[in-house]
Design a protein. Structure first.
Length: 270
């Protein structure tokens, strides 16, 4: 598996565990896709994850994958049509013209390009001093952590009750480590895959430019190393990539993000 396959594997493993929550829905179709509906009305909280192995077989098989993708989209329409939640489709491979037409014809639009990144935790660093303001989130701080995430992602409002329920699930499972600088910055480590994964790095607008996000990233890297992992992965937005590069992460490739919303739960079974 190429290095960036571990980023896909970490996300897929995380979605499977998140799918065990009472408030969530999850289903995986081997060789096709995995679908996760968190119940949160935000596209980046709900995922359709096309199968990485099939997609990586090579350019000569892309026509076959187009057929697989068409089948996956039909499954996705049925799955997400039940709740009508918006969702994203991250693609860890180059999207061909045929595949893009399938997505667009089914109401999925290209939203952005993220960067798959990873860091070797055995590499010594000169700027990873501990910041004692970064702390693991306690049960009674979950709501505040969720609000910090939401504000840090420029939502302009506190977290929804459905996201707070998701944050409580993070705090209740040993595979997750939510941390933050209370009232300012957040992060989450998922340690349930072959590699560790970092998610939810955010800083409230009024605290940006003070190095808080970097302090959270370094804390989570140390936590991953102490848990026995050699590598840690993440998906970087265009605005976040430079932060991660300064903290030892290397770009592996581009992940195209499509988003959509299916509202017809009556679509026929493919």
């Amino acid at each position: 598996m190429e290095n960036w396959g571990y980023v896909h594997e970490n996300l897929k493993s995380m979605l499977a565990i998140l799918g065990e929550a009472e408030s969530a829905r999850y289903i995986a179709h081997t060789g096709t896709a995995a679908f996760y509906d968190s119940g949160v009305d935000d596209a980046h909280e709900n995922y359709a994850l096309p199968d990485q192995v099939n997609a990586a077989r090579g350019a000569d098989a892309r026509s076959d994958f187009a057929e697989t993708l068409d089948f996956a989209v039909k499954l996705g329409r049925k799955f997400f049509g039940v709740t009508g939640c918006p969702h994203i489709w991250p693609f860890f491979f180059e999207i061909s013209g045929a595949c893009q037409k399938i997505l667009e014809s089914n109401g999925l639009a290209r939203e952005d390009d993220f960067t798959a990144m990873w860091a070797d935790l055995n590499v010594s660093e000169t700027c990873a001093m501990s910041d004692d303001r970064v702390r693991p989130v306690q049960a009674n701080d979950v709501r505040g952590w969720a609000d910090d995430v939401w504000r840090g992602f420029d939502s302009g409002e506190d977290a929804s009750e459905s996201f707070i329920a998701k944050a409580r699930y993070f705090a209740s499972r040993g595979e997750f480590l939510p941390v933050g600088i209370k009232g300012a910055s957040t992060g989450l480590l998922f340690a349930g895959g072959e590699t560790a994964g970092i998610y939810y790095i955010s800083t409230r607008p009024e605290f940006r430019g003070q190095g808080l996000g970097g302090a959270v990233v370094d804390y989570l890297k140390r936590a991953a190393r102490e848990s026995g992992f050699r590598y840690v992965t993440l998906l970087a937005t265009p605005s976040g990539r430079r932060l991660y590069e300064r903290h030892g992460f290397i770009a592996l490739g581009t992940v195209s993000i499509f988003s959509g919303k299916f509202e017809d739960a009556r679509i026929e079974e493919p």
